[in-house]
Structures are given as C-alpha cells and as structure tokens.
Design a protein around this ligand. Structure first.
Ligand SMILES: CC(=O)N[C@H]1[C@@H](OP(=O)(O)OP(=O)(O)OC[C@H]2O[C@@H](n3ccc(=O)[nH]c3=O)[C@H](O)[C@@H]2O)O[C@H](CO)[C@@H](O)[C@@H]1O[C@H](C)C(=O)N[C@@H](C)C(=O)N[C@H](CCC(=O)N[C@@H](CCC[C@@H](N)C(=O)O)C(=O)O)C(=O)O
Ligand SMILES: Nc1ncnc2c1ncn2[C@@H]1O[C@H](COP(=O)(O)OP(=O)(O)OP(=O)(O)O)[C@@H](O)[C@H]1O
Ligand SMILES: C[C@@H](N)C(=O)N[C@H](C)C(=O)O
Length: 443
C-alpha cells in the first residue's frame, strides 16, 4: 500500500484533487469516496479514462494497474494527505468555528486579508471532514494566508478538523443552540466548539493566537478555563480589546464605527450587511486584519466590498416590500437575534415569517415555544409561523389564536397569494429543509 509520503510526492506533481468523475480535472488525483448512493471505487477506471493522473482506491478489486493506488481507507488517506501538506506551510492559517456566523465571518476575514495577502479560503460551506481536507489541499506555495471554516454537529469533529488544518490563529464566533441533537444539548455544543481552544492551548509552544469576543461571557469563560498563550480581544470593551466598535446605523444596512485601541484612532465603515448580530463578525475580521498589520484603509475596503450571499441575511428590495432573506438556516440562537433585529429596524410595518428549526432533538418543542414567545414580545405588525413544530408548540401555548400558523409552506403560500403583504419589511427565516425561498415571489 502507498504511504502518505509517497502519495505526497505524487500530489506535488499533480496538486489538484477530484472526487467526482462528472467533474474530473485533468491530471488530478481522484479520491474514490463513498456516499449514500455510490462507492466511487467503481468509478476509478472512469476517472483515469477521463484524465485523472491517479485514482486512490480502497478496494483491491478495482486496482487495474499502477495508476490505481490502493490504501486502507480513502477518506482517512485524504485527511492524512491534507494534514501532511498543512505541516509544510508556514503561512498564517486562520481556523474558525462557532454556532452561527462561521461562513459570514470567514468571508469577511477573507475579504479583509485579500486586500493585502494572496489568501485562500474555504469555498462556500465546505467545512466538514471532507471539505476541510479538500480546502487545505488547494493551498499552494503562492498563497500568503488561509482562512479555514470548520463545522460540526457532534463531539470530536472540531478536534479532527484542527488536527488537519492546524490553525496558527483561531476563533469561535459564538456558542449557541444548534445541532442540539448531535451535540447533546448546549453544554455539548460548548464542549464541541471548545475543541478549537483546546487545540490552540495544547500547541501553545508554537505561539498559537486566539481571538476572543470580550462581550461574550460564554466565550470568555471558555477561554479563561484554558491555558491559552496569546489571546487578542475584540468587542465593546476599550480597555482590554485591540479593536472595539459599535453600530451607528442599522437602516437596514449596518454602518460601524471602530477603534484601534492601540493607536486610539477611530474609523467608520459602511457595510452591505444587515443584522446587529453581524457586529461581532465584522469586528473580528477588523481585529485579525489589524493584528496582521493591514492598514485601516485596506480593512475598510475589504469590509465595504463584502456582499452576503446565499440567503444569509440578504436584503432584497421588491416593488412593495423590503425582504430580509435569512432562510439559509435557523436555530434558536440565530432566530432570537434575527427577531430582535427586525424589532429595532426603522420601518413603517414589520412582518415575521418563521419556519421550523431542525436538528433540535428532545428540546425541539420547548425551543419552538420559546421562539413564539420571543416573537410575541417583539413589536411587529404580523407574525406568520410555518411548519409542524411551530404549529404543535402553538397548540400548547394557545398562541394560534393571535397569530397565523400553517402546517406546511404550501398552505402558507396559498393564503399569502390570496392576502398579499404590502409596504412591509419582512424577515423570512427557517431551517434549510423548510426551503422558504419558495415564498419570495409572493412579495
Ligand atoms: C462523499 C461525497 O462527496 N458526498 C457528496 C455526495 O453525496 P452522496 O451521498 O449523494 O454521494 P454519492 O453516493 O452520490 O457518491 C459517492 C461518491 O461518488 C462520486 N461519484 C458519484 C457518481 C458518479 O457518477 N461519479 C462519482 O465520482 C461522488 O462525487 C462521491 O464522491 O453528493 C452530495 C450532493 O452533491 C454532496 O452533498 C455530498 O457531499 C458530502 C455531504 C460532503 O461532506 N461534502 C463536503 C465537500 C462538504 O464539506 N460538504 C458541505 C457540508 C457541510 C455541512 O453540512 N456542515 C455542517 C456541520 C458539519 C456536519 C458534519 N458532521 C457533516 O455531516 O457534514 C454545518 O452545519 O455547517 C456542503 O456541501 O455544504
Ligand atoms: N454572530 C451571529 N450571531 C447569531 N446569528 C448569526 C450570527 N452571524 C450570522 N448569524 C445568522 O446565521 C445565518 C447563517 O450565517 P452563516 O452562514 O454565516 O453561519 P454558519 O455558522 O456558517 O452556518 P452553517 O453552520 O449552517 O454553515 C445568518 O443568515 C444569520 O441569520
Ligand atoms: C444548512 C446546515 N448547515 C444547517 O445549518 N442546518 C440546520 C439544521 C438548518 O438548516 O437550519
């Protein structure tokens, strides 16, 4: 069987990885992964015929010559190769995880660092045991910095991803209520996300840097509980933080005023982001840029140019309404801050359209009821809830009398077609599986 070092020598000659015969890059290394439907060992011959230089397989029955490299396990080999490649790199590698805002924060850091460094960053949401190694293997000798997003829905995943990405700098965006099923409750999320701080603490001899939000009591407690060598703070607190900042306008795009507390200089940046919760995402990107010696002009240019994508708090202006399209995902933590945000937005008429939250496990009923209560306490003109979990929760609390509940999106669409909403700012948020994008054409 081929060793990681031997495979690495081939990777240096053929530094592109393919995993799908429908998209084979010429002269790439094809890794035959297994999915729900296929075992890609069966596609190895096809990969070679389509132009791959070598195929990495773990079933000897498909080894048809010396361009078929047999390993024990293809996925582990991909991870080992990425881990080995990372060890050769001496550039700053910013690793981040957290419950909410990972992709937005990763994009903001990338936007800032790209003003000064040739930066490589995770594409989209490719943040798991396959996506992280694939990202690491796209870093080449021309790159000067990398930003690696790490996602998890159970314990020990971040530990594994850190062992591959070996971040020199790390941050946790926040710890909240998401993927409760796999993590086993909020304490489980804390432990699971804390694996990033554990990694930084256990490699302190290499002077790993942690960036911590000093406004976030949970993160502060988690950071203080570990032996982190270098901690750089950001947040409202001017005394301890390298960067502090406040929102000066939320209408609905954010304008932020920030201070470099080392030089005591103030700056203002107009962003294309909405949602007060994005302040900490913006501040950490500014903080990392400042720590890595970018100028304030470079930092502001990076932040100003970043436009959110893929229905992560995107503003869409229609003929009669302003939509906050936030239906990429949802969980109790991000629901609460999104509801709070629309409650504070300067608008004539405000509407909430909320879809069920997935992967909540046994806390699902209580969490859906809590979101209904939060919505009730927020000054909006109309509240619409969609999904069986919200409907079931409302039946218990009796709220279905004062608000509109629909079991399915189809039911909601039919009613909204008959009774269109006009002249409103509308927050649309729900879990990915609710696919609330189906509603947009109604407004
Ligand atoms: C293995 C693989 O690539 N899977 C992708 C595949 O899934 P499927 O099960 O359908 O695979 P198949 O059985 O069809 O195929 C197996 C392999 O065969 C190849 N092949 C197939 C046909 C053919 O003709 N030729 C072939 O070569 C094929 O390419 C496969 O390699 O297809 C799905 C649909 O496109 C993909 O979604 C699936 O990708 C998997 C899920 C994956 O992990 N991809 C990573 C690159 C990745 O990073 N994906 C992210 C997911 C991030 C995420 O959800 N993050 C969570 C937290 C992390 C949770 C973690 N525990 C987890 O479970 O992921 C978060 O909240 O942020 C993404 O896609 O966004
Ligand atoms: N700092 C934050 N605090 C709370 N909620 C946030 C924060 N940042 C973003 N969100 C919410 O999370 C949604 C998804 O943002 P983003 O994709 O950046 O998060 P993510 O952590 O990458 O999500 P996922 O784990 O599903 O990939 C946003 O549209 C917004 O509703
Ligand atoms: C989209 C995926 N990363 C995620 O966040 N899933 C939760 C359950 C959601 O869709 O809200």
């Amino acid at each position: 069987m081929i060793t990681t070092k031997q495979l690495y020598n081939l990777y240096l000659q053929y530094p592109v990885i393919s995993t799908d015969t429908r998209k084979i890059a010429p002269r790439s290394l094809f890794f035959a992964l297994k999915g729900d439907k296929f075992d890609a060992n069966t596609f190895a011959k096809q990969a070679i015929e389509a132009g791959a230089a070598y195929a990495v397989i773990d079933n000897g029955a498909y080894q048809l010559g010396d361009r078929y490299l047999l390993v024990e396990d293809v996925l582990t080999t991909l991870q080992d190769l990425a881990r080995h490649h990372r060890r050769q790199l001496t550039i700053p590698v910013i690793g981040l995880t957290g419950t909410n805002g990972k992709t937005t924060t990763k994009e903001l850091i990338n936007a800032v660092l790209s003003q000064h460094f040739k930066t490589q960053a995770t594409q989209g949401n490719l943040n798991n045991h396959i996506g992280v190694p694939l990202t690491i293997l796209t870093i080449d000798t021309t790159h000067e910095a990398a930003v690696i997003e790490m996602g998890a829905n159970h314990q020990k995943e971040i530990e594994l991803l850190c062992s591959i990405s070996q971040p020199s700098h790390g941050l946790i965006t926040n710890v909240g209520k998401a993927h409760l099923e796999g993590f086993g409750g909020i304490e489980g999320v804390k432990k699971g996300k804390g694996e990033l701080y554990d990694y930084l603490a256990s490699h302190s001899a290499e002077n790993k840097i942690a960036f911590v939000n000093s406004d976030d009591a949970v993160l502060m407690e988690m950071a203080n509980a570990r032996d982190l060598q270098t901690v750089i703070y950001y947040g409202n607190n001017k005394t301890n933080s390298l960067i502090s900042g406040i929102i000066v306008e939320n209408a609905p795009l954010l304008t932020v005023q920030w201070t470099n507390n080392k030089t005591e200089e103030n700056y203002t940046v107009k962003t294309q982001l909405t949602g007060a919760y994005n302040l900490s995402n913006i501040l950490v990107a500014i903080c990392i840029g400042t720590y890595l010696n970018l100028t304030a002009a470079e930092i502001n240019a990076g932040i100003e140019n970043y436009q959110p994508k893929n229905n992560r708090s995107q503003i869409v202006q229609t003929a009669t309404n302003t939509l906050i399209c936030d239906y990429y995902n949802a969980n109790p933590s991000s629901m609460f801050v999104a509801i709070e945000n629309i409650g504070k937005i300067d608008a004539k008429r405000r509407v909430l359209i909320l879809g069920d939250m997935f992967e909540m496990g046994q806390e699902s009923a209580a969490e859906h009821a809590a979101v209904i209560r939060k919505a009730m306490d927020t000054p909006v003109d109309e509240r619409i809830f969609i999904g069986k979990d919200f409907t079931a929760a409302a039946e218990k609390t009796g709220d279905e009398k004062t608000n509109r509940f629909y079991l399915t999106a189809e039911d909601a669409i039919a009613d909204l077609k008959a009774n269109p909403i006009k002249n409103s700012t509308i927050l649309i948020k729900g879990s990915r599986g609710m696919a609330l994008e189906r509603l947009v054409e109604l407004f």
